[in-house]
Design a protein around this ligand. Structure first.
Ligand code: PLP
Length: 374
């Protein structure tokens, strides 16, 4: 099988599987005072240290969650809860993942003003557009690092430093799900108060993620209970999943640059073969190489996706955000005309140039075998 859907989820790496098993065997409750509890707590704190280290953060700034959706919801609703008595404006990019976009929508329905900054006509985001939109009423600016449909890299550090210069009380949140362990993500450089991470996009299991919360930023808790995660996110920690998350980060963290180079070569290979065949490449040259959005005009995404699936090649249809529900992201990036024909090819460093050859050959076969639509 050829797996080119790594932006959707990734195969769990051996190291993470071993760590999950260890976490299952150490079945103690991390809050228990006896030896079994302590062993479990050591697993959790080890993973926290690894993730903090990868981010250039302090372990006390990393809180485990059930995934990036929970992390981003915590950031958006937590910021609202912290500021709603005085401020009611949120600024987001128009291409956020639903984890942020729909949380912002819920705030809008509750009476907040939500400003959605779109790319300009050239398909690019400009930091000034976010900074200009911020005013004394703004309590949160949330901008993703890498767009999950096109790989576009938003100018997050520039946006956040401009926002903080304007008003340092405005909270900044970055969804780094498609950037973490792929591009360098360091909290100092990014300048975010909050960062959302997900385990299953980086070869760890599903159902675990983290929220980085900068020291000194006070966010009210959304989950009340036994006071785990320093009282911020109650609920007994999922020791096995957290262990798997930590192991995946420990494995990937030292090779971010090396893998980036390898995946860039794969992206270049795919892009040049697409150009030779006359296929459209929606992703810009400076996008993250891990996500390449292409369009084969006349071949509908879903039809081609299922054709490729029969050949054991797994890709994503670029315009579907969840189960066929159309997203507006491609249109936002100026690709509306090809959105019905778009495929998202998303890599991990285990993919090879031979796999790209097979993909391109099978797309060419599909062009011959399947009826084209206008
Ligand atoms: N943000 C981005 C950019 C994503 O790609 C995803 C997953 O698709 C999420 C957030 C949600 O992550 P999780 O599945 O961990 O809730």
């Amino acid at each position: 099988m050829i797996y080119f859907d790594n932006a959707a989820t990734t195969a769990v790496c051996e190291e993470a599987v071993a760590a999950v098993n260890k976490g299952l065997q150490n079945f103690g409750n991390p809050s228990s005072l006896h030896r079994l509890g302590l062993d479990a707590e050591l697993i959790v704190s080890g993973a926290r240290e690894t993730i903090a280290d990868a981010l250039g953060a302090d372990p006390s700034e990393v809180y485990f969650t059930s995934g990036a959706t929970e992390s981003s919801n915590t950031a958006v609703f937590g910021a609202y809860k912290a500021h709603s008595k005085r401020k009611n404006k949120v600024i987001i990019s128009s291409v956020e993942h639903p984890a942020t976009a729909n949380a912002a929508l819920a705030l809008e329905e509750a009476g907040c003003e939500v400003v959605r900054i779109a790319p300009r006509e050239d398909g690019r985001f400009y930091a000034g557009d976010f900074i200009d939109a911020a005013d004394e009423n703004t309590f949160l600016v949330s901008v993703m690092m890498v767009n999950n449909e096109t790989g576009y890299v938003l100018p997050v550090s520039e946006i956040f430093s401009g926002i903080k210069k304007k008003d340092r009380t405005i909270l900044t949140h970055c969804d780094c799900v498609q950037g973490f362990m792929k591009l360098p993500v360091k909290v100092k450089k990014l300048g975010a108060d909050m960062i959302s991470l997900s385990g299953h996009k980086i070869h760890a299991p599903k159902g675990v993620g983290a929220l980085y919360l900068k020291k000194g930023v006070h966010l009210p808790s959304l989950v009340y209970g036994g006071g785990q995660e320093s009282g911020f996110r109650s609920g007994t920690e999922s020791v096995p999943l957290i262990a798997g998350f930590g192991a995946a980060v420990e494995k990937l963290s030292p090779t971010v640059n090396e893998r980036y180079k390898k995946v860039s070569a794969l992206r270049d290979c795919l892009v040049s073969k697409c150009r030779e065949k006359g296929y459209t490449v929606n992703s810009t040259e400076d996008a993250s190489p891990y996500v390449v959005s292409i369009a084969i005009k006349g071949l509908r995404s879903e039809v081609l996706l299922h054709y490729l699936e029969k050949k054991q090649i797994y890709v994503s249809s670029g315009s579907a955000c969840s189960k066929g529900k159309k997203s507006s992201v491609l249109a936002q990036f100026g690709c509306a005309a090809v959105s019905d024909f778009t495929l998202r090819i998303s890599f991990c460093s285990d993919n090879t140039a031979e796999e790209i050859d097979t993909l391109i050959n099978e797309i060419a076969n599909a062009e011959n075998e399947l009826a084209k639509v206008r």
